[in-house]
Design a protein around this ligand. Structure first.
Ligand code: GDP
Ligand code: MG
Length: 295
């Protein structure tokens, strides 16, 4: 008798230190630019779900903030989501790279050794070292985590990503369809617009400015062939407002233009993007403000 193949599904939570390439890898795995990627650490503050639907499986990826020591309340909230990521996952995709030192991973290791936890270690950025070094590091990781599957990848070059994807699907437990078939993500479009704007802020300003900004969508109106978006950038101090705006408004204009182009690409239609700057004093330490921003 013919038997329908069992449907497999599960939550794959991506964790790892800042800058090892989690966002880059997830985007490669999901095949869309969902999560912002910049050269600075800690740009990913939220958990983002990317969903891949196959014939017989559904994979739900979540990209978590890097593992950081709590300094501000904002960091507390980020650590909470890392902890949740460890408990509610079917598979943990632990991302490390060929350059980070061993002691950067010591606190997380005992948690990854918990029994019944399915762990895949992705050793990323293998494009930066010779193959022998990759082999040596893989053996080292296998020794640290005997029960884990260790896989070498280069998210940037797309090397080993297909094999990693297949290994994840192989490890999926039997399960239901968690999300309707056509859903790429559970985050609304406006969330991605704020992420795009934040990415441009990270790319255009230095030092503390990017970490002092939060972006909130004020209005989002869709018309037939275009979308009109107004966003507010909150800064922590009045002085930061001037830096953000720049000489004759040039800096903010550049951010706006770069963000609009990406928004148009992402939404597949023309966009108007209005940016306004407001001061929300010390929002990182203010519980009420954090709640309003969705942390
Ligand atoms: P995250 O903080 O872990 O999410 O890291 P990102 O995905 O934002 O990547 C951090 C930096 O590492 C970016 O500059 C990426 O371009 C870079 N990166 C990511 N994957 C690779 C890779 O496979 N090789 C190299 N050479 N760089 C990479
Ligand atoms: Mg990231």
């Amino acid at each position: 008798m013919w038997e329908k193949p069992q449907f497999k599904s599960g939550f794959v939570n991506i964790i790892g230190n800042p800058n090892v390439g989690k966002s880059t890898l997830m985007n490669e795995l999901v095949g869309e630019k969902l999560s912002i990627i910049t050269a600075k650490a800690q740009t990913t503050r939220h958990r983002i779900l990317g969903i891949v639907n196959g014939e017989n499986f559904q994979l739900v990826f979540s990209d978590t903030p890097g593992i950081v020591k709590p300094v501000y309340k904002l960091h507390d909230s980020m650590m909470r989501s890392v902890k949740t990521a460890l408990t509610d996952a079917d598979i943990i995709l632990y991302v490390t790279d060929v350059v980070e030192t061993a002691e950067k991973n010591t606190t997380i290791l005992p948690r990854l050794r918990r029994p019944h936890l399915s762990v895949i270690v992705a050793l990323n950025k293998t494009d930066l070292v010779p193959p022998e070094e990759t082999q040596r590091l893989m053996a080292e990781w296998q020794e640290r985590l005997p029960a884990a599957r260790i896989m070498a990848v280069s998210a940037l070059k797309g090397v080993g990503v297909r094999e990693l994807f297949d290994a994840i699907v192989e490890r999926l437990p039997e399960g239901p369809v968690y999300y309707p078939d056509d859903s790429l993500t559970d985050r609304p479009e406006r969330f991605f617009v704020t992420e795009i704007i934040r990415e441009k802020i990270f790319l255009n300003y230095s030092k503390e400015i990017p970490y002092s900004c939060e972006v909130v969508i004020d209005s989002f109106k869709e018309a037939e062939d275009m979308v009109r978006i107004n966003a507010i950038i909150y800064v922590m101090r009045e002085s930061q407002k001037g830096i953000l705006i720049g000489h004759k408004g040039e800096s903010l204009k550049r951010v706006g233009t770069q963000a609009r182009l990406d928004v148009e690409k992402f939404l597949g239609k023309k966009a108007f993007l209005g940016l306004q700057i407001k001061v929300a004093v010390d929002w990182r330490n203010n519980d009420n403000v954090l709640k309003r921003f969705g942390y």
